[in-house]
Design a protein around this ligand. Structure first.
Ligand SMILES: *Cc1c(COP(=O)(O)O)cnc(C)c1O
Length: 396
């Protein structure tokens, strides 16, 4: 079937909860994606920061093939070797002692919210359940995580929201400390805000937040669903800010494109979950965790993250050149290969023109172009993207 035929069928059978672009994705390799008509695209969105290793990385494909022939699913009633291996890899490479696995970012944050509440209730009593998050944050679409999310447009129509979330401005430690009360059990923040426009906080923000959390004995949760797994040039974004969280959530890029979520924490907090506290049928199943082990091993290889920093610097330098030439570009910001370009005009037209010319980009918050290419992107691919983008911007 060609793209038009697929889209007609989609129109008939697929629910309309996404504003989809008229592209039918058929095949991918590295930083390239092909549609059902064979048109090639240079992919600088990477499945929204999921395909950090590019499409169909051979090591991930090999791990999936091998595991699919051995055991696909067995339930968490039993021990699962690739799940154990993945937990070891993540804990040995982070602040954490223990891991819990689920299937998405929202579920990872749900698990973090439940753990923080249970730990705090048992330690301080039932009045301590409130969680402070940031305005403009994004933590997911389940009822608990959309209540945590500081965006009215995501919460609208779903009242009553889950009770116990307070929102304060991002990058304002003073406002956060003022919001802490005897009912506060945790603070949940993105180390860099992704969905609301690649907002990088000031260098000492998280050190200040860490001090506030310690002062009030409040748990610090980092939502690294988007910024984790090498995106910023460190395996985890918290490493940039010189602080460690108490709980960290991961998902998007963790399994090289297979659906997974994880919550990591220290033993002290992990012990609040006992048999029966929480669970997930598919969470950490053999197939996805085998893919994740392969993906994490590639990212952890010598030189991989150094290259991410190099390519990130190169991308930001090149985009910075455009800023000098086009007055509607207000700012280029980001860390590693998580880059945003602020515009004084809406970005939708640029995205649409990119599609016509074979470039996949994304626009968040209406006016921020987001560049989250696969971490394996080359200098040549960045140059190619720049040529296409420049060709679009001269026409604006
Ligand atoms: C994508 C994202 C989520 C939600 O992940 P899902 O897998 O879509 O549930 C949560 N937090 C952040 C920071 C994200 O970028």
């Amino acid at each position: 079937m060609n793209s038009r035929e697929w889209m007609e069928k989609a129109d008939k059978y697929i629910m309309r909860n996404y504003g989809r672009y008229p592209i039918v994705a058929a095949r991918g390799k590295g930083c390239r994606l092909w549609d059902a008509d064979g048109k090639e695209y240079l992919d600088f969105l990477a499945g929204i920061a999921v395909n950090n290793l590019g499409h169909c990385h051979p090591r991930v494909v090999e791990a999936l093939r091998k595991q699919a022939g051995e055991l696909i699913h067995c339930s968490n009633l039993y021990h699962i070797p690739p799940q154990i291996e993945l937990a070891e890899l993540l804990c040995e490479n982070s602040f954490a002692d223990k891991a819990f696995f689920c299937n998405s970012g929202a579920e990872a944050n749900e698990a973090a919210i439940k753990l923080a509440r249970k730990y705090s209730r048992e330690k301080y009593g039932p009045e301590r359940f409130e969680i402070i998050t940031a305005s403009e944050s994004f933590h997911g679409r389940t009822m608990a995580t959309l209540s945590a999310t500081g965006q009215e447009k995501i919460q609208r129509f779903f009242d009553p929201l889950l009770h116990g979330f307070t929102h304060v401005p991002y990058n304002d430690a003073e406002a956060l400390e003022k919001a802490v009360t005897s009912r506060t059990c945790a603070v949940m923040l993105e180390p860099i805000q992704g969905e609301s426009g690649v907002n990088v906080p000031s260098a000492d923000y998280f050190r200040e937040i860490r001090r506030i959390c310690d002062r009030h004995s409040v748990l610090l949760i980092f939502d690294e669903v988007q910024v984790g797994m090498g995106r910023t040039g460190h395996l985890f974004a918290y490493e940039h800010f010189g602080v460690e969280p108490d709980i960290m959530t991961l998902a998007k890029a963790l399994a090289g494109g297979a659906p997974i979520g994880a919550m990591l924490t220290r033993d002290e907090f992990a012990s609040a979950f006992t048999p029966g506290s929480h669970g997930s049928t598919f969470g950490g199943n053999p197939l996805v965790t085998a893919a994740a082990v392969a993906a994490v091993q590639v990212i952890a290889e010598e030189g991989f993250l150094r290259r991410v920093l190099e390519m990130g610097n190169y991308l930001r330098d090149r985009l910075g050149e455009l800023k000098g030439r086009y007055p509607f570009i207000t700012e280029v910001r980001g860390i590693g290969l998580m880059v945003g370009m602020g515009l004084s005009i809406p970005g939708a037209d640029i995205i649409r023109k990119g599609h016509e010319r074979g470039l996949l980009l994304n626009c968040t918050h209406d006016t921020v172009l987001r560049f989250v290419p696969p971490l394996v992107v080359t200098r040549e691919e960045i140059d190619e993207m720049m040529m296409i983008l420049d060709g679009i911007l001269v026409e604006i």
